[in-house]
Design a protein around this ligand. Sequence first.
Ligand code: PLP
Length: 456
Amino acid sequence: MSEQVKYVLDESRIPESWYNLAADLPKPVPPVLHPGTLKPVGPDDLAPLFPMALIMQEVSTEREIEIPGPVRDIYRQWRPTPLFRARQLEKVLQTPARIYYKYEGVSPAGSHKPNTAVAQAYYSKEAGVKRLATETGAGQWGSSLAFAGALFGLEVQVFMVRVSYDQKPYRRALMETYGARCIPSPSTETRAGRAILAQRADHPGSLGIAISEAVETAAQRDDTKYALGSVLNHVLLHQTVLGQEAMAQMEMAGDYPDVLVGCTGGGSNFAGLVFPFVGAQLRGGRRVRVVAVEPAACPSLTRGAYAYDFGDTGHLTPLAKMHTLGSTFTPPGFHAGGLRYHGMAPMVSHLKELGLIEAVAYHQTKCFEAGVQFARAEGIVPAPEANHAVRGTIDEAIRCREEGRSRAILFNLCGHGHFDMQAYTDYFAGRLEDREYDPEEVAMALAGLPPVPQGG
Ligand SMILES: Cc1ncc(COP(=O)(O)O)c(C=O)c1O
């Protein structure tokens, strides 16, 4: 094998379709239910919130869904993204492992999120929508949708989780630069926000609450739709451009991953990388070990119940079967704001139930330690969310060293941390706390799970 570091594809190699894992699953994902009737929702139930094209993608079982020309044209601005062999990190770790990373931080907003933001804005514009309402944690998703909205002439209103709004003022400035309005959540602009603030005026917010505020805003106006940055099938679908490119780039490297690693908040960057490989395996291809890495302070995959739950705290969404800590659970205010979500994508949860993926949880200081080690070897400063994947990868590489085995590990470096430097400053000053989630709060939140019959 050569000493090549960077595997770069020509623009013509941007995938022409998104890959839909639903086509290859041995068992379908349990349906999304209407919270009133407990019957599967139909397209009409979702029509107030999403453009019909996205609703059809949500329920599609077609293996390939064509990427519209205008979306591919915008992807050209940063896609295909590079795939790197982490040769410097391998040296530092003295590991026989072959470490690769797909780098999504080269997008205009600095993460994988524009892959779906551009698609969602495109379909919304096509459907005559004027405004999009959304939530954001650390601000990566909000700034991606703000960017996509600017391209298609859509107004964008972003409810940003309060703790992140205070921690990351420059993400807010970026959203405003793209022309979006950014509101700290919980806010007084919605009933859901006001109800939370009445209980606790200094509430730090959560993605579940911000989703309620955005959904309420979208449901009130005919010209406004809701856009979600993760969790839903169509969002995961759009992210598969990155995994398909990674497959071609691994082929260029003359290698194939033994292990895939990704961080999981709602599951979209993880799915984007791993679904094409899992699909290939399900169609008889090579087996690959897949590891999801989540925060120990919000461990939905490793500690959550697999049950039907609401996607938001105000209970405005349908019910999805997923790993959940309970929709009223508020995770502690750690720095990886994009991972502070009570649930997990139903498709990712389903893969865990089928035994096709594993999950591990880490505290944030261990993740920052890994991120700093990575930055000092490879030069790129990862987003706090991505540090979870870096931690998982470094631990796999250390295991290779201890076992004296050379495995190929591929992880998704889903974003850079240039807007998250306060978190690094806090880490260096010893101010980052490894906060535990409160098991009593999780027990209470899970006691409030909607009463859906087993197997429903
Ligand atoms: C850089 C980055 N990585 C990961 C995530 C988590 O989301 P997901 O699990 O959908 O990729 C976010 C969410 O905002 C993010 O900004």
